[in-house]
Design a binder for this molecule. Sequence first.
Ligand code: ATP
Ligand code: MG
Length: 248
Amino acid sequence: MQIPKSHPRAKSLHIREKLVNGYHKGLVVEEGLLAHGRGEMFDYLIGEKTSMTSHKAIKAAARMLLGAKHPVISVNGNFAALCPNEIAQLAKTVGAEIEVNLFYASERRKKAIAQALKRSGSGKILGLEPRFSRRIPNLESARRVVDERGIFIADVVLVPLEDGDRTVALKRFGKKVITFDLNPMSRTARTADITIVDNVTRGMSLLIDACRRVKKSSSGKTVRFDNKANLSHSILTIRNNLGRLSHA
Ligand code: ATP
Ligand code: MG
């Protein structure tokens, strides 16, 4: 469908289109489309723009990724369909591994995702070969399988659009977790060390820019970041927006 540029919701319709294309190419599952709907709702409530709080979280995330010994970007179907180029660029900028890690795992889907990532410039993709599979504790069946060269030995993991159970298990396993999650109330948002409450489609390129800036600056400054305060601010933004709308 041709979406006119002047359409008031053109951006979010384009994002939907990317996801539906990803669905037809076998990257995204039906459940992923529903999860996107939940994200869209929160994006609407935060005003479909990156807040000052999220800019702060992005800066903190850039420092954490660049300070990591073994950073890993965990990729699921939605993330691959929405940000294939940015995943490749971020991995190169911070020297991170890319690992396909799915909630609803199937070999076919993993391959389709890996292919799409490679076409967009990613190099080596982990999470595809069973001989490197290891298990993270406290998580059932397929969802706990990770790559021994990737998430298993990572110190920092970027897990966008992740489920709460898995985020909790990663934390218990000793990982530092950075996430993109539009819902500041989700378990993932509350469990991660740094939650970027922003749409990955906006936040990823901002994160890449922030990493490039940190790399250029030689200050090595450590910045304090309080994720609880970050989430409270995000919830306040939603409350203020709702207040404005209900008085309009
Ligand atoms: P949790 O398991 O953490 O409590 P949940 O069960 O509500 O969360 P999941 O389906 O497990 O939700 O995870 C998907 C999360 O990703 C949701 O919180 C949703 O708001 C968020 N999300 C969906 N699309 C995007 C997007 N494009 N950018 C950022 N976040 C998104
Ligand atoms: Mg969940």
